[in-house]
Write a protein that binds this ligand. Structure first.
Ligand code: MOS
Length: 738
């Protein structure tokens, strides 16, 4: 029925990007633009004793040096109770306290970036430092239970854990740790603030134009109607741009104070601390099973760090709660406070770290049982959600496992560690299960057919480089009967119909039904106009015989009876027609449990002497709802797998235990995979529509790609080398020394 849905259409914004025409937040031209530079703390705890701005203020071109001494006082100390996320504590120069190293303590504005940078270096700051809490193990004794992390239950318990433990004859009991990580999108955070009387326009690199508008308005005590956020292109977000951080508000404050538009782009080292990151996690897994592999009990206790000023929890136990049909289970989350910046959502927050621990522990169990790791998963396959006691909306994980095993050649695996070898190269095969919730929120869209027969469709959603422009153009094209090249899709502007944050992998599931419904409605108006129009060739034909295809209103049964869209509108006076729709989920979440699924298989090559690890091949097979575009979908999943290689083998931010600075706060020493680190990626998507999520059956696929793969790589390293590394990243020293 549909022609465009699923089609591997090239990115509609591709040409703009490769020609440099796509404008990112820091690239908008503005007359009288001034440049801001952020100054950050060099201690992790204490207060500013003195801050001498006298020299900096008199340097050439300097327009403003804003510190806690002269910053305008904000309502409620800059902490409105309702600014999202709830309880957000921004550093807005309202007092002299320091809670972490690299915390914003001043903003300097000048006529040029060079002048601002120079003046920022001339600030003379002294501190009253106190000993910071930086040792996780030490601070763990004071851990506390967070209140409803990400709206989920902090702890869960089902069945009788102790009885289940006693019923098992084989047991795994192990502790897994993951390091702090930072998002490092190619485009650093950047904001440009422009005031026009009481009205503020922000060009901001954000995953949520509406959320940023609300947060900034509430923090500054303004009406959201007076704030507009524009973000047509984002150079990667991955969660750090999912909420507005201090620099966004500081930029607006600086623009107000100077009476000039101000641009503030973070320097790469400033991406480590003030804008979130993945926290350190320490997870204990206990799994008990019968001799045949049937799970009898499972326990998952997760500790992760937060800052001193906010509770933010890496929800590591979410996957454990729903993945396997284990009757007796306990899960807990606890928070450890450190003098570091508040952590935040980082691609599949909780699912990445949690699925690594769970799927590693399952692998360990498979060796204890002398059972194939895949067979162990199938033995405990959850036919329904074991925690929520609901049927799945749709689950084709079994098919993911079987297709993946076949493509990957899982059957060539010999069970013993170190049993596969090619000369001095140890070959290892490992697998892991991928999953991520299939989320959907309320979203609105507007569709307008223009007098020339083209269409403009808009929604206040975002494109983080993921393909939103492209797939929404396809959905619109399909519903309107207008070719994609004749449709302009607009997004990234808070003045457009409201859509949710592009986080939680929800944009496709939320926005595509709104786009489709708005387009359906306006096409209905167009058809009604044509049918009632005596001048139209389609006048009077049966309504169910009418279709719109490739820009023509036409008869289905007789393709020669047709009328160009532009002609229909011209005869009616040449005015555009439009429809605006808001869509939201119904009660399906009460009835079904919504998740996406995948099976990941990895082959690694480990040097027998040196422990160097190479990922030779990864096969990932995914069940992520109906494909809107197989090309952008595969690209996104490949990106997730590359992230997984990074998390498994390379990434980790190193915290200086004395000063609380991140030692590798740059792209030379914060290692992410380069092309040479990525072997063959074989990504397959099962085109299985989810019958309950929305009218298209389409789910988001932003985050599932990084889940499961980290464990698959670690498990392959164990199979190759016989060394089980329980502390990420799995590096050669740990393997060679193991
Ligand atoms: Mo995602 S970590 O919700 O951007």
């Amino acid at each position: 029925m549909s022609t465009m849905i699923g089609h591997p259409l090239d990115r509609t914004d591709g040409l703009l990007k490769v020609t440099g025409e796509a404008r990112y937040a820091a690239e908008f031209p503005e007359a009288r633009l001034a440049h801001g530079v952020l100054v950050t703390s060099t201690i992790a705890k204490g207060s500013i004793a003195s801050i001498d701005t006298s020299r900096a203020s008199t340097l050439p071109g300097v327009l403003l040096v804003m510190t806690y001494q002269n910053a305008p006082r904000l309502p409620n100390g800059g902490r409105p109770a309702l600014a999202p996320p709830a309880g957000r504590h921004l550093s807005l120069l309202q007092d002299n306290e320091i809670h972490y190293s690299n915390e914003p303590i001043a903003i300097v504005v000048a006529d040029t970036l060079e002048h601002a940078t120079d003046a920022a270096r001339q600030l003379r700051i002294t501190y009253a430092a106190q000993p910071p809490a930086l040792d996780f193990t030490q601070a763990k004794s004071g851990a506390h239970a967070p209140d409803k992390p990400q709206g989920r239950q902090t702890d869960t318990s089902r069945g009788d854990y102790d009885a289940g433990l006693a019923a098992g004859v084989v047991r795994v009991d192990a502790v897994y740790t993951t390091p702090m990580e930072h998002h490092n999108p190619m485009e650093p955070h950047a904001t440009m603030a422009v005031w026009d009387g009481p009205q503020l326009t922000l060009y901001d690199s954000t995953q949520g134009v509406t959320g940023t508008r609300t947060a900034v308005a509430k923090t500054l005590g303004m009406s959201p109607d007076d704030v507009r956020v524009i973000s047509p292109f984002v150079g990667g977000g991955f969660g750090c741009k999912g909420s507005a951080w201090s620099h966004v508000v500081l930029c607006a404050m600086a623009a107000k104070q100077t009476g000039r538009p101000v641009r503030l782009a973070l320097e790469r080292p400033q991406m480590f601390g003030p804008v979130g990151g993945r926290p350190y996690t320490e997870q204990r897994l206990v799994i008990a099973a019968k001799r045949d592999g049937t799970l009898t009990a499972m326990r998952h206790d997760s500790f992760s760090n937060t800052s001193m000023i906010e509770d933010w929890t890496e929800t590591c136990c979410m996957v454990t709660r729903m993945m396997y049909a284990v009757p007796n289970q306990v899960t807990t989350h606890r928070l450890v406070q450190l003098n570091v910046g508040t952590p935040t959502f980082m691609r599949a927050p909780g699912e990445t770290t949690g699925s690594w621990a769970l799927e590693t522990a399952m692998d360990e169990l498979s060796y204890e049982l002398k059972m194939d790791p895949l067979a162990l998963r199938l033995k405990n396959y959850a036919e329904s959600d074991p925690q929520e006691n609901k049927p799945w909306s749709s689950k084709a994980l079994r098919q993911c496992y079987s297709v993946g095993a076949e493509r990957f050649g899982w059957s060539r695996r010999t069970p013993q560690p170190r049993s596969m070898r090619d000369g001095n190269t140890l070959i290892g095969l490992g697998m892991g299960t991928a999953t991520y919730p299939a989320n959907r929120s309320e979203a609105a869209a507007l569709a307008r057919i223009l007098p020339d027969g083209t269409a403009m469709v808009v929604s206040g959603t975002q494109d983080l480089g993921t393909g939103t422009y492209t797939v929404m153009t396809q959905v619109a094209s399909d519903a309107l009967g207008i070719a994609p090249e004749n449709i302009r899709f607009g997004l990234g502007d808070s003045s457009l119909p409201k859509a949710p944050v592009s986080g939680g992998s929800q944009s496709v599931a939320s926005v595509s039904p709104a786009v489709r419904d708005a387009c359906d409605q306006v096409r209905g108006k167009l058809v009604a106009m044509a049918l009632a129009d005596h001048g139209s060739p389609v006048f009077g034909i049966a309504p169910d015989d009418v279709t719109v295809q490739n820009g023509w209103v036409m008869s289905r049964s007789d393709a020669s009876t047709r009328d160009p869209i532009a002609a229909v509108l011209a005869r009616a006076g040449g005015q555009p027609i439009e429809a605006s729709i808001s869509t939201k989920p119904g009660d399906e979440k009460q009835r079904y449990s919504f998740h996406s699924w995948g099976a990941v298989f990895a082959e690694v090559h480990v040097d027998a002497d040196l422990g160097t690890i190479r990922v030779a091949k990864i096969t990932g097979v995914y069940n992520v709802g109906r494909m809107l575009n197989v090309k952008t979908a595969r690209s996104q999943l490949m990106g997730g797998l590359v992230w997984g290689i990074g998390a498994a083998l390379e990434e980790g931010t190193v915290l200086d235990a004395q000063y609380g600075r991140f030692i590798n706060a740059n792209l030379a020493e914060y290692h992410v995979p380069a092309n040479a680190d990525v072997g063959t990626l074989d990504v397959v998507v099962l085109d299985e529509p989810d019958p309950f999520i929305n009218s298209l059956g389409s789910r988001g696929i932003g985050e599932i790609g990084i889940t499961g793969v980290v464990a698959a790589i670690g498990n392959a390293v164990y199979h190759a080398s016989g060394v089980r590394v329980r502390d990420l990243p799995v590096t050669l020293d740990k393997v060679a020394m193991g």
